[in-house]
Design a binder for this molecule. Structure first.
Ligand code: ZN
Length: 114
């Protein structure tokens, strides 16, 4: 498994390559949690991966520090977009796509009810 450090995002796994945000190296406990989480992913999409992202047990152990890290590092926000460029290729995050579509449907329903 290869690890590549990039200038944005938090962490992603594509096949056998992990893409981690380089600033994580300054926070070893957060780096370890993200690394553990990404290593558990299958490298392709499955229900296991979706459940892994919903539960996110690895990061819930460092929740407060993780939240501070996300707020103080705006380049991590890119990771919450359903489509991101990794290793020179555009990559679709299926878990995030499902979550974004679910939110869009909820907002649409709420908007039409009001
Ligand atoms: Zn994940």
């Amino acid at each position: 498994m290869k690890i590549k450090y990039i200038n944005y995002g938090t962490g992603n796994r594509v096949g056998d390559t992990l893409y981690l945000y380089k600033e994580l190296k300054k926070y070893p406990h957060l780096h370890e949690a993200v690394l553990l989480h990404e290593k558990r992913h299958t490298g392709r999409f499955s229900m296991f991966d979706f459940k892994l992202d919903i539960r996110n047990n690895e990061l819930s152990k460092v929740k407060n520090d993780w939240s501070k890290f996300i707020i103080t590092h705006p380049r991590t926000w890119i990771n919450y977009l359903p489509i991101v460029k990794l290793g020179g290729q555009w990559t679709i995050d299926i878990s995030l796509s499902i979550i974004w579509i679910a939110f869009a449907i909820m907002f649409y329903i709420a908007w039409t009810i009001i």
